[in-house]
Design a protein around this ligand. Structure first.
Ligand code: ATP
Length: 321
């Protein structure tokens, strides 16, 4: 039976501002998203029985309907019942390299890979905009994972405008392996504590966080877009911003500790990705990233912290074979 193998990159947030509440329960966001080379490998295969089977080599990843890749197959089978009948069921195999529940869109990128894989497997000939429309039904981050590169994302995160390519940047990622932050908790807590600052560039009260870290002041996302357009790496590092740090850092001292370790050791900039708990540090070269990694590891010698050196990517889902 025919199968396709795909590369599904993770993402980080260079900028995340919560602009307001929406009637549908989501938040109105302004984000700048960046694909990175750290990626899962996802394969889709037609199988004889009319079932959906998901396999993954990571024990924390569910294999049932709660897996976003499973839901992507389900969506495609509902949208294209003739293909489902003609080609039989689908087996999805995920080789996980992206840390799970990390704020790196691991589940979303797997779902995006399934959409691209089934488009090939079922010879649907769907265009990129058609795939994007399906992706938005699966989750706010799925359209970006499909397209990849650097983009400004608005609405609940699904409306994308591409930005110039930044793929010469390196970064170090760090995550406490046993720590998970619920995305729903982070947004709800932000809403209950900070909704009065929605849309106010000067609205961040830094004093509530901590006096030991120099938390960035919220600037309009337009400044970051300009820095990206100018490929001004130093400025991009300075302008990194994430509203959710205001709720995650005071509640998760381990995340704050990683932020401080990166900040003290010469990164161009450091920030928590999405709702965390992964923290990243931007570097201008691979050598700088390796040096930063070593400094951070010696400053916090904890075997439960995972570190990764990777690079910005200019692509979303790629078909390998
Ligand atoms: P989000 O911000 O959407 O909550 P995340 O990027 O922080 O997600 P994910 O790796 O997508 O993190 O995992 C979030 C949760 O989704 C996990 O706890 C896991 O149980 C579940 N999940 C569902 N499908 C997948 C998948 N394909 N890969 C990883 N986790 C998945």
């Amino acid at each position: 039976m025919r199968s396709y193998s795909l590369i599904a990159p993770a993402k980080i947030n260079l900028y995340l501002e919560i602009l307001g509440d929406r009637a549908d329960g989501y938040h109105e966001l302004a984000m700048i998203l960046q694909s990175i080379e750290l990626a899962d490998q996802v394969s889709v295969r037609a199988i004889g029985t009319q079932t959906i089977q998901v396999h993954c080599d990571h024990p924390q990843v569910p294999l049932d309907k709660t897996n976003l890749a499973y839901r992507a197959v389900e969506l495609m089978s509902q949208q294209f019942p003739d293909c489902w009948a003609q080609f039989g069921g689908v087996e999805v195999t995920i080789n996980k390299n992206i840390p799970v529940a990390a704020g790196l869109a691991g589940g979303s990128t797997n779902a995006a890979a399934v959409l691209v894989g089934l488009n090939m497997l079922w010879q649907l000939g769907l265009t990129q905009p058609e795939l994007q429309e399906l992706a938005a039904k699966l989750g706010s981050d799925v359209p970006f994972c499909l397209a990849g590169g650097t983009a400004i994302a608005t609405g609940r995160g699904e409306e994308l405008d591409p930005l110039p390519n930044l793929d010469s940047f390196y970064l170090v990622l760090a995550k406490h392996q046993n720590l998970a932050v619920s995305t729903a908790w982070a947004y709800q807590t932000y809403r209950s504590q900070f909704s009065h600052t929605y849309g106010r560039s000067e609205g961040v009260d830094k004093s509530i966080i901590t006096e030991t870290i120099n938390l960035p002041t919220r600037v309009h996302s337009g400044s970051m877009v300009q820095a990206i357009s100018n490929k001004n790496f130093a400025k991009i590092g300075q302008l990194l911003y994430n509203d959710l740090e205001q709720v995650v850092l005071p509640n998760y001292p381990q995340v704050l500790q990683l932020r401080q370790a990166f900040e003290n050791n010469g990164a161009l900039g450091t920030m928590m990705s999405g709702s965390g708990p992964t923290v990243f540090a931007l570097c201008q070269s691979q050598e700088q990233a390796q040096a930063l990694l070593q400094h951070a590891q010696s400053e916090i010698p904890d075997p439960n912290i995972g570190f990764w050196v990777t690079k910005f990517a200019s692509h979303g889902i790629q078909i390998v074979s």
